[in-house]
Design a protein around this ligand. Structure first.
Ligand code: 5GP
Length: 293
């Protein structure tokens, strides 16, 4: 467009100056928290704020307690990361190399939390998941299943859709952290990808049914089990019966199953009532942040 009134550009200059000050402050407070051991290196890497993403990787390592300039140099060189690389410019392979070099150099790694989210069908778990999906510190586990994909589902994103034979193979190779049968199909959580994401400091969310949650409790006692409950039973009935495509028998079966699922709430560490999706997503994140070690 044409020239702008001078007052505007002055405001803009002021605003830019202000945001630079805010960015410096954000970086300083993150570095301080890192130096004091309140947060770990991967917490900083997973901090989505632009000011943090623009920080150099070398500056980050150098700010962590006990690394020092020499080890920073070695780790960066071995991981193949240039001195000018910023956090936001790190690709997944470089992140993995960085993590491996950190482990070799005995730099403590902060793992992400494992959060299991269960609850009755129709309670809104998948909407909560999609709210969390884009958060930089969260990784949503992609399960394998033997059921057919629905119209709007993508292989490798919603699920890994596999044959019965492939599922059997995955079981025999011990590749599942847990698996269960549900409504005539099998579903399982892939162990390696969960471990990999946690070692990159990501909080891993498993959206699974209750038998699977019980297995996780046994194999990963540090996991946090969260039950998502509806604001009321009537609310859930309304949600479940709103899908007009179901036959009366199918609807009755869904309701009976939901009733059974609701009865398991007390087995979980936390119960969150889904009044508002944004609130539940924020509560899950804050539980994850306080959980991990
Ligand atoms: P749907 O077929 O509607 O996607 O999922 C059916 C049920 O299977 C849901 O309760 C969902 O949370 C659960 N589920 C999805 N993935 C897994 C998994 O990997 N393990 C277990 N145990 N349940 C899963």
């Amino acid at each position: 467009m044409s020239t702008r009134p001078p007052i505007r550009s002055r405001e803009e200059r002021l605003a830019a100056g202000e945001s630079a000050v805010i960015a410096r402050r954000e970086r300083a407070s993150v570095k301080q928290a890192l130096a004091q051991g309140e947060i770990g290196i991967f917490d900083v890497i997973n901090d989505g704020r632009e000011s943090i993403q623009r920080m150099r990787v070398s500056e980050l390592l150098d700010s962590a307690p006990g690394i020092g300039a020499r080890r920073t140099f070695t780790i960066m060189a071995k991981a193949g990361i240039s001195d000018t690389r910023r956090i936001g410019g790190l690709g997944i392979h470089q992140l993995r190399k960085l993590r491996n070099e950190m482990i070799l150099n005995k730099v403590p790694i902060n793992e992400g939390a494992l959060i299991v989210m269960s609850g009755p069908g129709g309670v809104g778990k998948s909407t909560i998941t999609s709210h969390l999906r884009n958060h930089p510190s969260v990784w949503i586990s992609v399960s394998a299943t033997t059921r057919d994909p629905r119209d709007n589902e993508r292989d490798g994103y919603d699920y890994h859709f596999v044959t019965d034979e492939k599922f059997d193979q995955l079981i025999s190779k011990n590749e599942f952290l847990e698996w269960a049968e549900f409504a005539g199909a099998r579903y399982g959580t892939i162990r390696n990808s969960v471990e990999d994401a946690r070692k990159l400091g990501k909080h891993v969310v498993l959206e699974i049914e209750i038998a699977g949650a019980r297995q996780i409790r046994k194999v990963e006692p540090s996991a946090l089990l969260v039950f998502i409950a509806p604001p009321s039973w009537d609310h859930l009935v309304e949600r479940l019966t709103a899908r007009g495509t179901d036959s009366p028998e199918r609807r009755a079966a869904r309701l009976a199953l939901a009733e059974e699922e609701m009865a398991c709430a007390s087995e979980f560490d936390e119960v969150l009532i889904n009044h508002q999706v944004e609130e539940v997503a924020a509560a899950l994140l804050s539980l994850a942040t306080s959980r991990k070690k």
